[in-house]
Write a protein that binds this ligand. Structure first.
Ligand code: NAD
Length: 461
């Protein structure tokens, strides 16, 4: 049994019981009778209250605490409907730890009510499930990924509210300003008052806003912690209290950091930057808030590439393509590192899929987002771009500047959301090359295209 919880006899005296629980790391004890049958559970606070209300400290627990009336048996785990009823009961009773019993009523496992790793369902009831999402709040909707997500949701016929403080300007959304189905709010989601007002009438929230990337978070560590960690948690809490069950949180495969195995959602995390550490901490705290009002989804995305109206030239494929255009040469630093890649348009599709999927398939879940066909070594990305754009030389430099190294499994998202990307590096690098060639972007070296400068000065086009 994984959970280190105190199990004590219901024949213990009140005094001894308090003593045993106080010496454990937990506040809760499960009580069993002399035949090892589960009897009930009690918290240290309830036991103390018994003393305050005049109970004799030498009375035994079975004299003071009634036998539980509702139990979860092993076979209940197979019946989703029955399980949902039981979970609702435990939620209402404020019971956090659920003992799972065999047919002799012995405890064979303990689930935490919020434990997303177990197969126990803590889904909202029909009313709260809200499988009909009409109004979506996209925080960070003016960003590289954000503006693509916003367009997909608008195209699906939904209303979108964007909250963004336009660190990199608002040019990506300018053509949408007159669309009656979008409301664009210039505000900072570190401000809780702004967040709460933006949640009005919203059915689902997508959180993309962050200080994004290792260099940017290194340049502004305090802003990174405020945004990626504190504000993300406050937002999740605000969603939960307003019964907005769907929060889709943009995380990153960077959480795997330095790992050489094939990594799935349960693999150990080994972050190598503040950026990745703040993402991990938020993932954990957001998932821990799950209850029947709140069923968040965590999307650990591959490194994105491709053209977007808020362009970033600080992402590996985009940088290499830009260098191929400006210098006829691609520089590779190291090159042996593995990295999963995904086109920004394919990533945006996943957000729409998450909004449209029944909540019980995506709620309380972590998904790696990408495709196993697009796990590349950096040196091979350079080769593909150089071969596609022709006459581009590759210069390889010894370096350990970026030592992230991970190959990722995307089986879960393929199986559950039937996700398979439609784009690839070849077509994306051609598209970016054309954008530069046709002077849609004139100066790809301008600071606005690099997150770590935090510069919103737009190019005059
Ligand atoms: N681009 C990638 O390769 C990649 C990979 C994995 C995960 N992600 C995640 O996807 C999300 C979006 O990334 P992106 O590449 O679009 O980055 P981006 O920097 O282009 O977009 C972030 C947006 O959030 C806004 N923002 C930042 N702080 C804010 C605040 N306090 N209040 C309101 N708005 C704020 C910015 O103005 C910007 O428009 C991020 O959470 C990132 O961690 C991105």
């Amino acid at each position: 049994m994984e959970n280190n919880i105190v199990i004590i006899s219901n024949k213990l005296s009140l005094k001894k019981a308090i003593n045993s629980i106080e010496h454990s790391d937990f506040n809760i004890a499960l009580l069993i009778d002399e035949e090892n049958k589960y009897y009930s559970q009690i918290s240290i606070y309830k036991l103390r209250r018994l003393i305050l209300s005049g109970s004799d400290i030498n009375s035994t627990l079975n004299e003071l605490v009634p036998n539980d009336k509702v139990f979860v048996f092993e076979n209940n785990l197979k019946n989703q409907k029955k399980l949902d009823e039981l979970i609702k009961y435990f939620e209402l009773q404020n019971i956090e730890y659920i003992p799972i019993l065999n047919d002799k009523k012995e405890i064979i496992d303990i689930y935490h009510i919020n434990d997303s790793k177990k197969n126990i369902s803590i889904m909202p009831n029909e009313h709260k499930q809200n499988n009909n999402v009409k109004n979506v709040l996209v925080i960070g909707g003016a960003g590289y990924l954000g503006n693509v997500v916003v367009r997909k949701i608008l195209d699906s016929g939904r209303f979108v509210r964007v909250l963004d403080n336009f660190i990199y300007g608002n040019q990506a959304l300018r053509d949408l300003e007159k669309n009656p189905n979008i409301e664009i709010i210039n505000g900072d989601f570190r401000n809780i008052e702004t967040v709460v007002s933006c949640l009005k009438d919203i059915d689902a929230v997508i959180l993309l806003a962050a200080v994004v990337g290792d260099p940017a978070s290194k340049a502004r560590p305090i802003q990174t912690i405020e945004t990626n960690l504190i504000a993300a948690q406050s937002l999740a809490f605000a969603c939960k209290t307003q019964c907005i069950s769907r929060l889709i949180y943009a995380s990153t495969c960077s959480v795997y950091g330095k790992g050489n195995k094939f990594l799935n959602e349960n693999s150990p995390l080994n972050p190598v930057s503040l950026y990745a550490r703040t993402k991990i901490a938020s993932e954990k705290s957001i998932l821990n808030m799950a209850n029947y009002n709140f069923a968040p989804t965590i999307l650990r995305m591959s490194t994105l590439y491709g053209y977007s109206k808020r362009m970033r030239f600080d992402l590996v494929v985009n940088t290499m393509t830009m260098k191929a255009f400006t210098d006829n040469k691609i520089q590779v630093f190291g090159g042996e590192q593995w990295r999963p890649l995904l086109h920004v348009d394919d990533a945006a599709d996943v957000y729409l899929k998450c909004i449209e999927a029944p909540l019980n398939t995506v709620g309380n879940q972590i998904f790696n987002v990408g495709s196993e066909k697009q796990n590349y070594q950096i040196k091979d990305i350079a080769k593909i771009i150089s071969n596609t754009l022709k006459n581009i030389t590759i210069e390889t430099l010894k370096s350990d500047i970026d030592n992230r190294n991970y190959q990722v499994s995307f089986q879960k998202i393929k199986n559950i959301l039937n996700f398979e990307p439609r784009n690839n590096i070849k077509t994306a690098c051609k598209e970016i090359f054309n954008v530069l060639n046709e002077k849609i972007i004139k100066n790809p070296k301008a600071k606005i295209y690099y997150n770590h400068y935090f510069d919103s000065t737009e190019e005059i086009l």
